[in-house]
Design a binder for this molecule. Structure first.
Ligand code: ADP
Length: 468
């Protein structure tokens, strides 16, 4: 009875499965009509009506918040079946069929699932619940044992109908063998099934005593469901983290290999051959540039890991923005490509900002280096201005620009524009991510304004330092 929502998975295409979902939906519909007619003829007491309504409400809630069960790879499992099986044992097949339909239909309607999927899922619940009620009835002899056995048999029936129909629709849509799919699902869902079968028996026995006493089950059920959802979320986050780490290792190894190969090649040539001074000089330059690139890359990686582990807390203090920016710009000017100039424009006076001077320097170096690296020629303007309680730093270049659709993404870890757009300029895609994290940590904002062919302006704002 572990109702496994294979149909939540988008991999299952119901259009390929008309031969299964239509018969299931139609027989479910017919069963439902007969059930409603039979209920209408029964003289239900108000007591029964309240009981059935309670079970329907519980089943609907449970259906709306399915519990993912770790290791059950086919999706999440709904505890609704506990209430449907209990309903089937206590109130009979017709009430259970109606309850199954309502619980599933309400949830499918709320989630706006496609008609075929909703009709199939409702059909499965109606048939499984009606079957469970029919079987449970055979054991009822007014004794506690009969009631318990009835609940166990009902749970088993619900489970068998459920996974048999689900396996049918999955085999259809994926074109795989029915027998092996069924065994596979049975193995995956058997343990959750036994847990839910026992819970159903407990619920039935308690309910038989008094529906009010049965309410004590709500606590443990809710706790189990919430705990499972929490565990599942935590595991998913770990998996995602693991995937990012793999991706990180792949990119880093690739990025390390390129400069290392150049350094190694240049060193080998220097060692083995008689070379004139010019050539030697060229090779030594390659070695130093590539070694600098390696150290830059390693720095970035260290920063990312520090930021990710939360150990890079900035030390905030009042900082004079202009002298610090002038220092950075002077340093950048020492190795500018010909045809490119960097200038500073600023309001005066400028208030002090609340920042960590080292981190602020790091952000500026990164933005100015990017402006130089990606534009190669023209003017780079660094502007400082005060803006409503903040100081805005902007670095403007006349480079290739960045399409609007990419302007958010370039701040993501490892994200780089298409090499065609950046004319093959090397990098790791970590610089802007580090800038954003550092500016965030200093309570600021960072953004870019740009258009292809029209240059880019990267700006960030930091709060003005409070007067002591
Ligand atoms: P990296 O420069 O190492 O690739 P960044 O995180 O600093 O990594 O930048 C991410 C991407 O944003 C770069 O690959 C580049 O495509 C784009 N980019 C950054 N700065 C500029 C700029 N000034 N002009 C054009 N594109 C830029």
């Amino acid at each position: 009875m572990a109702h496994t929502h294979i149909l939540r998975s988008s991999r299952v295409r119901l259009d390929a499965t008309v031969a299964v979902w239509v018969p299931v939906a139609v027989s479910g519909g017919v069963t439902l009509i007969v059930a409603v007619a039979s209920l209408a003829q029964d003289n239900l007491s108000w007591h029964d009506i309240v009981g059935i309504a309670l079970l329907i409400a519980a089943a609907t809630l449970a259906e709306a918040f399915p519990v993912p069960i770790e290791g059950v790879a086919v999706g999440s499992t709904s505890l609704a079946t506990i209430f449907l099986v209990a309903g089937a044992t206590i109130y009979g097949w017709a009430a259970a069929a109606v309850a199954g339909f309502l619980a599933m239909a309400l949830v499918e309607l709320a989630w706006r699932r496609p008609f075929s999927r909703a009709a199939f899922n409702c059909g499965v619940y109606v048939l499984a619940a009606a079957g469970a009620g029919g079987v449970a009835d055979r054991f009822q002899d007014g004794t506690l044992l009969g009631l318990s056995l009835g609940a166990i048999a009902a749970a088993g029936t619900f489970y068998v109908v459920n996974i048999a129909l689900l396996a049918a629709v999955v085999t259809r849509s994926r074109g795989i063998a029915y027998g092996s799919t069924l065994t596979n699902y049975a193995q995956l869902t058997f343990v959750p099934f036994t847990v839910m079968a026992s819970l159903a028996v407990i619920l039935v026995v308690l309910w038989d005593r008094s529906p009010f006493v049965a309410v004590v089950l709500v606590g443990p059920l809710l706790a189990t469901a919430l705990y499972q959802r929490w565990i599942h979320g935590a595991l998913n986050r770990l998996r995602e983290f693991d995937r990012l780490k793999d991706e990180f290792i792949a990119i880093v190894s690739h990025e390390l290999r390129t400069p290392l190969t150049s350094v190694y090649g240049a060193a080998m040539t220097l060692e083995k051959q008689q070379l004139d001074d010019d050539r030697q000089h060229q090779l030594l330059e390659i070695i130093s540039t590539e070694a600098a690139r390696l150290s830059h890359l390693l720095d970035d990686i260290l920063w990312v890991s520090r930021l990710d582990s939360g150990s890079a807390r900035p030390y905030i203090t009042p900082v004079e923005p202009l002298p610090l920016t002038e220092e950075v710009v002077d340093a950048a000017r020492t190795h500018l490509p010909g045809g490119l100039s960097v200038e500073i424009l600023h309001d005066s006076p400028l208030p002090e900002v609340a920042a960590d001077p080292d981190r602020l320097r790091q952000v500026l170096v990164n933005l100015i280096e990017n402006a130089v690296k990606y534009s190669r020629e023209g003017r780079v303007q660094v502007r400082l201005g005060s803006h409503y309680g903040t100081v805005r730093f902007s670095v403007r270049d006349e480079g290739p620009g960045i399409p609007l659709s990419q302007q958010e993404r370039i701040f993501e870890k490892f994200y780089r524009l298409d090499p065609n757009m950046t004319k093959g300029v090397g990098g790791t895609g970590l610089g802007l991510y580090i800038c954003r994290e550092l500016v965030d940590a200093m309570n600021g904002d960072i953004w870019v304004e740009s258009a292809p062919g029209a240059g880019s302006t990267f700006s960030f704002e930091l709060p003005v330092a409070q007067a002591p």
